[in-house]
Design a protein around this ligand. Structure first.
Ligand code: 13P
Length: 258
């Protein structure tokens, strides 16, 4: 982390977990134990049907609610899809884009790019996910793959828009497996991501971009991961479903930084 130049962000990705009723119960518990300090931004990204309950519960708190996906089109015949202006109107501040679980369902780099542009145009903060598979890591193409994903996702995104984006490095082999990347492995790729941003947008923007790590981050390993200079927060799946665990991760973000 480096709080001098960029925000620390602890973000939850609930994936397909919890009902609206569960959401209300979680938020009540979470609010009662939420750390008072303002050392990081907190985002909770929830299933679309849970957004109203989450927004209602977190009104007048510093927690921002997010969606887990959006459609890049403004409106029209896209049954079952949700446009960015709908998310904004529902009270969302963030939207996760390009999660590997969605890419595995067929989402392409071109679609990810269109969604990033639509989110930025609607003034939502995109949490853009990138990450390599185990096979890609083993054959030694992690950095090339991540570079390609970022360039594709940010294609045509103007310099004045890029400032709002958050990038999450989520190695696919670490997601939901309990097999966390070591702090060194995670730092290496997050540093590489910052280099890619520097080459695309310059040093000032690269320095100001928050880059998160995601993949089996939990209340036990968060401190060490967050101590790395280029890891500015976390995108947390499983451990974000339990208020005590999520709160401990937020507390781990309260540590001296470089
Ligand atoms: P887990 O924390 O459950 O590994 O999930 C990580 C993730 O995919 C967050 O987007």
């Amino acid at each position: 982390m480096n709080r001098k130049y960029r925000k620390t962000v602890i973000a939850a990705n609930w994936k397909m977990n919890k009902t609206p009723s569960d959401t209300k119960a979680f938020m009540t518990e979470f609010k009662a134990m939420m750390p008072k300090g303002r050392w990081c931004d907190v985002a909770i990204c929830v299933p679309a049907v849970c957004i109203p309950a989450a927004v209602r519960a977190m009104r007048e708190t510093r927690v921002g609610i997010g969606a887990e996906n959006c459609n890049a089109n403004a409106s029209g015949a896209y049954t079952g899809e949700i446009a960015t202006n709908m998310l904004v109107d529902a009270g969302c501040k963030y939207v996760i884009i390009g999660h590997s679980e969605r890419r595995a369902m067929g989402e392409t780099d071109a679609e990810v790019n269109a969604k990033v542009q639509a989110a930025l145009a609607a003034e939502l903060i995109p949490i853009l996910c990138v990450g390599e598979s185990l096979e890609q890591r083993e054959i030694g193409i992690t950095e090339e793959w991540i570079t390609m994903q970022i360039k594709a996702a940010l294609n045509g995104v103007a310099e004045e828009k890029i400032r709002k984006i958050i990038i999450a490095y989520e190695p696919i082999w670490a997601i939901g497996t309990g097999k966390t990347a070591t702090p060194e492995q995670a730092e290496e790729v997050c540093e590489h991501i910052r280099t890619v941003i520097r080459k695309l947008y310059g040093a000032k923007i690269a320095r100001a971009t928050s880059i998160l790590y995601g993949g089996s981050m939990n209340e036990k390993n968060a401190f060490e991961l967050l101590a790395q200079p280029d890891i500015d927060g976390g995108l947390i799946g499983g451990a974000s479903l339990v208020p005590e665990k999520f709160v401990k991760i937020i507390e781990a973000a309260n540590q001296p930084t470089v």
